[in-house]
Design a protein around this ligand. Structure first.
Ligand SMILES: *Cc1c(COP(=O)(O)O)cnc(C)c1O
Length: 352
C-alpha cells in the first residue's frame, strides 16, 4: 500500500502556449488583439497599493453591481470567479452531483471532461453532426446535467437560441450550463431565459471580448436560487477568490459599453474579411460566430501548415484528438495587419 493509491489523479487540461518570444503573431488562445478600455487604464492609475494590506471584498459587490447594471439584471443573479474556468469548475462541483452522466458534445471545450474526471462525475460525450452542429434532441434523455458552449469551441459554430431553449426545456430536472465565452462575437445570448428557467446557468468571461485574459475574471447569470447554491459552495472553498485589482479594473471595464462595442465590431469585421481570404486559398470551415476560425485545407495536412506558420513566427492552435479534427487549425482573429501577414505566409505555404 502506497500513499499514491489514494491520490486524486487526473490528466490535466493543456492550456495554449504563452511564448516569451517577442514579435510573434500570437493567434493560438483567442485573446483580444486590442488593449483594455481606457477606463481600465484610468482606474489602474488610481489603485492604492496601501489598501492591499487588507483582504478584498468577499462579496465582490463593486464588480457584481457593474455587471448587473450592464446587463440589466439583479445583483443576486450574478456570480463572479477567477476566469470562467473557475466559475465553470465551481458550477460542476455544485450542480453535477448525480449518478447519471452529464452530457456535452464530443468536440467542445476540452476542459469539461477534465473537470468531470477530477470530480468523478460520470459523463457522456455526444458526437456533433458532420457539419459540427449540435442536434438538440440528443440531449433530451435522462442525464445528470448538460453543458453546451454557444458558440461552440473549437468549431466556432453557433446554435440558435430556440434550439438552446429546447435543450433547457427538456432538462428541467437537471442544471443546464451554457458557456458563452464567445457570445459577444455573434451569437444570441440565453441570458433572458434565466427568468423563465431556474435551472439555467449562463457563463461569461472577460478574457475574449473584454481584452482582459490576464486579469482572470469570469461571471455567470442564473436564478437567485441557483446563484445562492453556487455561492454557498464557493464560500466553502475559498472566500477571497477575486483579488483587489480584478475587482476594481473589472468594474471599470464593464462601465465602458462604447469601447466594448467598438472593439468587438472590429474583431468581427476582421473575421469576415479573413474568412473570404481563407476561402479564396481553398480552406474549408464552418461559419464561425466567434473570434477564431476553425479551418482545414483539403490539400495540405494541418500539421504541415501549423509547422510552416510556426517557423514564420505565427502561432495557431491544433488538436491531435479527436481524430476528426486533427487536420484543423484554430486561428484566432488578430488585427488586420496580423491577419494580412497570416494570409501572405499561408499563400507561400500553399505555393501560390
Ligand atoms: C476561453 C474559454 C473559457 C475560459 O475562459 P477564462 O475566463 O479565461 O477562464 C471557457 N470556455 C470556453 C469555451 C473558452 O473558450
Amino acid at each position: 500500500m502506497s500513499w499514491e493509491e489514494n491520490v486524486r489523479k487526473v490528466v490535466p487540461y493543456t492550456p495554449g502556449e504563452q511564448p516569451k518570444i517577442k514579435n510573434i503573431i500570437k493567434l493560438n488562445t483567442n485573446e483580444n488583439p486590442y488593449p483594455p478600455s481606457p477606463l481600465v487604464y484610468r482606474a489602474y492609475e488610481e489603485i492604492c497599493l496601501e489598501d492591499y494590506r487588507k483582504y478584498p471584498d468577499p462579496t465582490c459587490s463593486g464588480l457584481v453591481e457593474a455587471i448587473a447594471s450592464f446587463y440589466g439584471v439583479d445583483k443576486d443573479n450574478v456570480f463572479v470567479g477567477v476566469g470562467s474556468d473557475d466559475v465553470l469548475a465551481m458550477a460542476f462541483l455544485t450542480f453535477f452531483n448525480s449518478d447519471k452522466p452529464i452530457l456535452f458534445p464530443d468536440i467542445t471545450y476540452s476542459f469539461y471532461d477534465v473537470w468531470a474526471d477530477l470530480y468523478r462525475i460520470p459523463y457522456r460525450q455526444i458526437p456533433l453532426k458532420d457539419d459540427f452542429t449540435i442536434e438538440p434532441g440528443d440531449y433530451f434523455g435522462e442525464n445528470g446535467g448538460v453543458v453546451i458552449a454557444n458558440p461552440n469551441a473549437p468549431t466556432g459554430v453557433k446554435l440558435p437560441l430556440d434550439a438552446i431553449e429546447e435543450i433547457i426545456k427538456n432538462n428541467s430536472d437537471v442544471v443546464v450550463i451554457v458557456d458563452e465565452a464567445y457570445v459577444d462575437f455573434g451569437a444570441e445570448t440565453a441570458l433572458p431565459l434565466i427568468d423563465k428557467y431556474d435551472n439555467l446557468l449562463v457563463v461569461r468571461t472577460y478574457s475574449k471580448s473584454r481584452s482582459l485574459a490576464g486579469l482572470r475574471i469570469g461571471y455567470a447569470f442564473g436564478s437567485k436560487k441557483l446563484i445562492k447554491y453556487l455561492s454557498d459552495d464557493k464560500f466553502s472553498f475559498n472566500s477571497y477568490t477575486m483579488n483587489m485589482p480584478s475587482l476594481t479594473l473589472g468594474a471599470a471595464s464593464m462601465r465602458d459599453k462604447e469601447y466594448f462595442e467598438e472593439t468587438t465590431a472590429k474583431v468581427v469585421a476582421t473575421r469576415e474579411k479573413t474568412k473570404k481570404e481563407l476561402k479564396a486559398l481553398g480552406f474549408e470551415f464552418g461559419d464561425s460566430a466567434t473570434n477564431f476560425i476553425f479551418a482545414r485545407h483539403p490539400q495540405k495536412p494541418g500539421k504541415e501548415i501549423f509547422d510552416y506558420l510556426r517557423s514564420h513566427d505565427i502561432i495557431v492552435r491544433r488538436f491531435d484528438k479527436p481524430e476528426r479534427i486533427s487536420e484543423y487549425l484554430r486561428i484566432s482573429v488578430g488585427t488586420d495587419e496580423e491577419m494580412d501577414k497570416l494570409i501572405s505566409v499561408l499563400k507561400e505555404c500553399l505555393g501560390n
